[in-house]
Design a protein around this ligand. Structure first.
Ligand SMILES: C[S@@+](CC[C@H](N)C(=O)[O-])C[C@H]1O[C@@H](n2cnc3c(N)ncnc32)[C@H](O)[C@@H]1O
Length: 463
């Protein structure tokens, strides 16, 4: 039966004595230093390691006078005579004393300690088997996984607020207990191997345009479900070990239905896997990321959406077209071209008079409808237009013109999908900005090392 009284003693700035200058004494000195004690070491010699510690060294053999005024004493010499003398002197002066590895010469034990922030857990085996105490301490450490200390810091903050705002004692206790229970529930939940879906935007093409967060999600994924239009570097090279499933379009047709994609996501995450759903551009811009998020939320599946650079923004930045400009456009609209043939879907009159930059996705096949819709509703035939194909990739191309001229130009210059169509006065800035970018002096560095921009000219499939 362990009859020891566990107490946590304040010895900050208090004079403490360690007798001995070897390995064990060094270990004890480090423990006392963590408690910010004022430490004196009595020993003729010290092993290396003490030199970096803030201690006072008395370089002689132990004498009774060394113990006077001390708050705590530890004897860690390999001389049992000296150890016994230290013990007797300390007991005579009612000073707590510990002779290392001699339980009968101890008035206190040090315990195996696990510390994380303000949390300190000390394990006692009643001096019977300190190694088992260390085993228990390590077990606590592995269960805590470094989150208990954070929880304590969070709860301490809440507790302070509760104490300041509520006067009734039992109400205070009730609220604090509820907060602790909530924290505990969180720990139980997170200690299971929990899968999660990351709906990640891969950016418009250049693999360097993915976010750091998205990149890390790919790196840590067990499985990646990817669309078409995604650079192979991101799909295959960042995490070669992850399982890959292509769920995009082949020859204009979905290889896997949206319903199937959602059920794969749910099935995989329920196995406790980290699933990345990798989508071109931004997942929530014409990417069905919303539908997938809604399905996951409906099944209570943990997920996170990681934004990506959408093709419209990537294309505009890459070709020097500021989508908004104080002079020409105080708004930008992202529009799908797909729905141009669905009667009543676009209010052309409104679009034509919005005084905004219009960015059309999936619009190339409906270019005639777009131009007619706008120009028949009083948008000037001189309004600039840019069609950007394979934006941000090595084979990117731009075709600029006006709404009145573009049809003639298009029949000569073959533009293929995927393409972004930008309409608005801001397109006029392209030439000026681009010529400056193109004429950079030799030797001006790209901001980052290329991680594959140059090697991919893979076939695009219209999504
Ligand atoms: C289904 S939408 C997906 C959009 C994507 N979620 C995004 O935020 O960019 C596909 C369309 O995006 C545009 N697109 C995607 N990547 C492109 C690229 N590199 N260059 C030009 N247009 C691109 C094309 O209009 C294509 O038809």
């Amino acid at each position: 039966m362990n009859t020891l009284l566990p107490i946590f003693m304040k010895i900050k700035f208090e004079p403490c004595l360690i007798v001995g200058g070897g390995k064990i004494a060094l270990q004890k000195a480090r423990q006392l230093i963590e408690a910010e004690a004022d430490i004196t070491i009595v020993a003729p010699n010290l092993i290396p390691g003490f030199d970096v510690l803030k201690i006072t060294h008395t370089s002689t053999n132990y004498e009774r006078k060394h113990i006077a005024g001390k708050k705590l004493v530890i004897a860690a010499t390999n001389d049992s005579e000296i150890n016994r003398k230290v013990y007797q002197d300390a007991v005579a002066l009612n000073i707590p004393v510990n002779v290392v590895d001699e339980p009968e010469l101890c008035s206190f034990y040090m315990g195996s300690v696990y510390q994380d922030g303000d949390l300190k857990i000390a394990v006692s085996t009643n001096g019977t088997c300190p190694s088992f105490g260390q085993y228990v301490r390590d077990h606590i450490k592995s269960v805590s996984r470094g989150i208990w200390g954070k929880s304590l810091a969070k709860l301490a903050l809440h507790r302070k607020r509760v104490i300041q705002s509520i006067t009734d004692y039992s109400k205070k206790q009730q609220i604090i207990s509820q907060l602790v229970a909530k924290e505990e529930a969180f720990h139980n939940y997170s200690s299971k191997k929990q899968g999660k879906v990351f709906i990640v935007g891969a950016g418009p093409g250049d693999p360097e345009l993915i976010t750091v967060k998205g990149y890390h999600a790919i790196k840590n994924a067990d499985i990646i479900l990817h669309d078409a239009l995604i650079h192979p570097h991101l799909v295959f090279e960042v995490n070669p070990l992850a399982e890959k499933i292509f769920v995009g379009k082949r020859n204009g047709k979905h290889s896997v239905s949206q319903k199937e994609i959602q059920s794969i996501l749910i099935e995989e995450v329920n196995k406790g896997r980290q699933v990345v759903r990798l989508k071109g551009g931004d997942p929530f811009i014409f990417g069905r990321g919303g539908e997938e998020a809604i399905a996951l939320a409906g099944e209570n599946i943990p997920f996170e959406v990681i934004a990506g650079v959408t093709a419209g923004i990537g294309a505009a930045a890459g070709y020097g077209i500021p989508l908004t400009s104080r002079k020409e456009a105080n708004k930008t609209l992202f529009i799908t071209g797909h729905q141009c043939d669905r009667k009543g879907e676009h209010d052309w009159k409104k679009l034509a008079t919005l005084d905004a930059t219009l960015v059309f996705y999936m619009g190339l096949k409906r270019i005639d409808d777009i131009i007619n819709g706008l120009t028949q509703n009083k948008m000037s035939l001189y309004t600039p237009i840019a069609i950007i194909q394979n934006a941000t990739l090595i084979n990117q191309q731009i075709l600029t013109s006006t709404l009145g001229e573009i049809k003639n130009k298009l029949s000569k210059d073959e533009v293929k999908t995927p393409a972004i169509i930008i309409i608005g006065e801001v397109v006029n800035h392209h030439e000026n900005i681009q010529s400056c970018i193109d004429n950079l002096p030799a030797g001006v560095l790209r901001p980052l090392e290329s991680s594959g921009f140059d090697f991919w000219q893979g076939e695009f499939i219209e999504a």
